[in-house]
Ligand binder design. Structure first.
Ligand code: NAD
Length: 362
């Protein structure tokens, strides 16, 4: 792949390759933007088939983080890191400590957190070498598992969608089809049921479905039928690209609002949802609760502060829906416009981020 061409097209500031022979570390950190503050992003560990795949992944996801932090109103930039290796067999203390020293050498330009293939235990090893990491366990003063806050933020966003479409946010009067009962799905079903909503749920893992059926009284649906369920809200909480040309015509819902990343296979499908009268809550805005909570570790964490911050998602989604309606544009475009407007206006009022300075770490 032509790296400089890709980096130029996507607008990255810096891509760093780290290698440490003794521990076997091979890591790429892509800093997309520090215009709003230090670049924040998950550290993914994955046995990439090729180095090109690893580079493509890190470039794509780091750009998305810039938009997510911007729309969430955080003073953070966007980044992503990928560690090439098998999370089942290749982890060691030496590996994460070497990575921690490399992250430290960036002077705070990149702040790591857990992602696919890494855990809060790994973040603790990194923390031994650098303060530029969040997501350490709660017992050690960290914010712990972010998924509860991702689900809480999703609920706030769902309420904004209901108010916009029906003029009320009474969950007892609406129903949900939740795809995925993993960490986010579990907490979302719990919240929805606690507010009296009717919830249909599915997951590849039968034990996860059984758990939410037994604990919260959700109704199980076969995996292949979740798109056909006649529910007010379809809530993707499992995989990306679940709204695609095959699934979109099957949807019987009036709103798509869930915690999963990259729900639309392409932006055009967001436009098509709009055309069919289905309200789409842009995924990176509605699922920013986990990010909002984890980032508070940089300032001093408390659950009350996290809950207060995550509640902002209601207003963020409401603003996106209003702008889309005012300008007659699809909601995905309205979210992009708002994120870009904030990036442009706030970054003009700030001094450039200087590595080693903590004054702008939010
Ligand atoms: P998870 O791995 O805990 O849960 C995902 C669940 O989806 C699993 O139970 C899995 O069995 C199920 N699943 C996989 N394929 C499926 C399919 N085809 N149909 C139905 N179920 C299927 O992951 P998670 O942390 O709950 O994350 C879920 C989604 O939310 C992901 O897209 C993730 O990127 C996104 N997200 C998570 C967070 C967070 O705080 N964890 C934050 C932002 C976004």
């Amino acid at each position: 792949m032509n790296l400089f061409e890709s980096v130029g097209r996507l607008g990255h500031e810096q891509v760093v390759f780290f290698h440490h022979a003794e521990s076997g570390l091979r890591c790429i950190i892509a800093i997309h933007s520090t215009r709003l503050g230090p670049a924040f992003g998950g550290l993914r560990m994955w046995p990439y088939v090729s180095e090109d795949d690893a580079v493509r992944d890190v470039l794509k996801h780091s750009r998305g983080m810039t938009y997510k932090a911007a729309i969430a109103g955080l003073d953070l930039g966007g980044a992503k890191a990928v560690l090439i290796g098998n999370p089942e067999t290749d982890k060691s203390e030496a590996l994460f400590r070497a990575l921690g020293r490399f992250i430290h050498s960036l002077g705070g330009r990149y702040i790591a957190c857990e992602d696919v293939g890494t855990s809060s235990d790994d973040m603790e090893l990194i923390r031994l070498e650098t303060p530029y990491v969040v997501g350490v366990p709660e017992v050690n003063g960290g914010s712990g598992d972010p998924s509860r806050f991702t689900a809480l933020g999703t609920l706030h966003g769902i309420r904004a969608c209901l108010e916009f479409k029906y003029g009320h946010a009474d969950l007892q009067r609406v129903s949900f089809a939740v795809q995925g009962a993993g960490q986010v799905g579990y907490h979302l079903v719990k919240l929805l049921r606690a507010h009296g909503a009717k919830v249909f749920v599915t997951d590849i893992a039968e034990d996860r479905v059984e758990q939410v059926v037994d604990e919260f009284g959700a109704e199980a649906v076969p995996m292949s039928q979740i798109y056909d369920v006649e529910a007010t809200v379809f809530s993707p909480c499992a995989l990306g690209a679940v709204i695609n040309e095959d699934t979109l015509p099957r949807l019987r819902c009036e709103i798509v609002a869930g915690g999963a990343n990259n729900q639309l296979e392409s932006d055009e499908l967001g436009t098509e949802l709009e055309r069919r009268g289905i309200l789409y809550a842009p995924d990176y805005a509605i699922n920013a609760g986990g990010l909002m909570s984890s980032a508070l570790e940089l300032q001093g964490y408390s659950v009350a502060r996290a809950e207060r911050r995550v509640a902002r998602i209601h207003g963020i989604i409401a603003r996106i829906l209003e702008l889309a309606s005012e300008e007659k544009i699809p909601t995905w475009q309205a979210a992009q416009k708002l994120a870009e407007a904030r990036l442009a206006s706030i970054s003009q009022t700030k001094l450039p981020f200087v590595a080693g300075s903590t004054s702008r770490a939010v």
